[in-house]
Design a protein around this ligand. Sequence first.
Ligand SMILES: [Zn+2]
Length: 120
Amino acid sequence: MEDKDLEFFRHLLTQWMEKLLDHADDTVEGLLDSRENLADPLDRVSAESDRAWALRIRDRESMLIKKIRNSLEAIECEEYGICEDCGEEISIERLKARPVTSLCIRCKTKRESIELLNKV
Ligand SMILES: [Zn+2]
């Protein structure tokens, strides 16, 4: 991959991660707020489900943050955009659509069809 492409993805991934980290702070603050005013049992129930929902979102976000971090590390080692299964370059178009992918479309499709077969 060319330097200018690496630079493009480094910028994109860094911005994305910063946005997610900002949002993660909001989620935690929201969780703390919801501990207030829980005298009414009904409020308590809804606060609990809000909290469960917020935690689920946060789980998903932290998984994404981990993936972004891995991609940024790969950029540092100049391994970004290399498919982890076959070692071939992943197309720029695919990376633009899914910047955190570590598989080329062929290997991704292959893995998905194996997963499908395992489910049957
Ligand atoms: Zn591949």
